[in-house]
Design a protein around this ligand. Sequence first.
Ligand code: GLU
Length: 422
Amino acid sequence: MALNQSIYHSPVFQQACNQFDAAADILGMDAGLRERTKRPRRCVVVSMPVRMDDGRIEIFEGYRVQHNLSTGPAKGGIRFHHEVTLGEVAALAMWMSWKCSLAGLPYGGGKGGVIVDPRKLSKTELERLSRRYMQEILPFIGPNVDIPAPDVGTDAQVMAWMMDTYSNHKGFYDPGVITGKPISLGGSLGRKEATGEGVAWFVKAYLQDFGIKPEQTKVVIQGFGNVGSEAALALYDWGAEVIGISDYTGGIHNPKGIDLKAALDYVQKNKNLQGFPGGDALTNEQLMELPCTVLIPAALERVITEKNAAKLQCRILAEGANGPTTYEADQIIRQRGDIHIIPDVLCNSGGVIVSYFEWLQNLQNYYWTKGEVFDKLYRMLAKAKASVDETAKKYKCSHRTAALVLGIARVSEAKAQRGLFP
Ligand code: GLU
């Protein structure tokens, strides 16, 4: 039976399904197992009444999708964004399944989302909404069931409120229910930097494969949030030049290199990059077409489309965001043959890998140094890179399809071997 598209209907979900099918074709997966592996397992829709500061009650809508529970508890972030849809969350949950599987983590995949622009809430409203969301999904989560984490629009403070809500309900401190927490509440050293550090690690590894040196590397980053800014700093420290950055207000271009510390200070003070004096202003669309060595989309899905794929001028496209390249754009880039894509499920997996380390530390009540965290992280990234490179060669397919073949195969094998219950 075909998937009921009316539930998850969205271009992002379709994109994830198209990518899945390309990998399932290579695996020769039969129709039954294919549908069983593709379909989200469980989806919770909640409405949350929240008292606003002016006394009004506003109702927010939220989701938690558990795509795969066959290889461990669901794992994946919670997104607060005004354009969140169920289909988008389902696609993101599916990508978490493949990401965790590819990295060899003992998890399934999940994702949460709330339709809200968190920038428009006061801190107290944000706290009430975060607690209420956790309260509503509480029967479906837990350290062995589903472990949320930060995503676009949420941070360590939001995770702290959610962990506190969960722990109060249980009656004891239970930090393993959520990752990306503040260090004082069982967060892991290195988790904040992990996604961006991981993106930079892959960029450096592929540049080395292509014989490109740090001083020859010009980087453009779309999205200067947690992932984009940490990747920028790591590549700058390595010796690359960051010539373009952007956020939802627009971009900044400086061919001589952007002063990242000044940009970060500016964002801290002004909340966004608008008016930053360290370069020329341009739109996000213009920014992505700048000539550069490495382009890192590090914000939302579907920013590289059939409209701009032919105009990109980078050697490496490193997907810090989830799903930034549409299925159609993927085909165009593959035909061009001059751009290497480091696919999202590989490129940004450093975040969930260190989330796994955080969860392990919580369960063992034994905490690691930052050196131990990064040493273990880099070893896991290197292993994943080697297996994706090898699989792409073996099947003569794109690195995206290779990464998905590896991620999907482990999940579908587990499902086939567990059998059907009852
Ligand atoms: N939201 C992040 C991602 O998309 C991190 C998920 C996690 O740490 O569980 O990979």
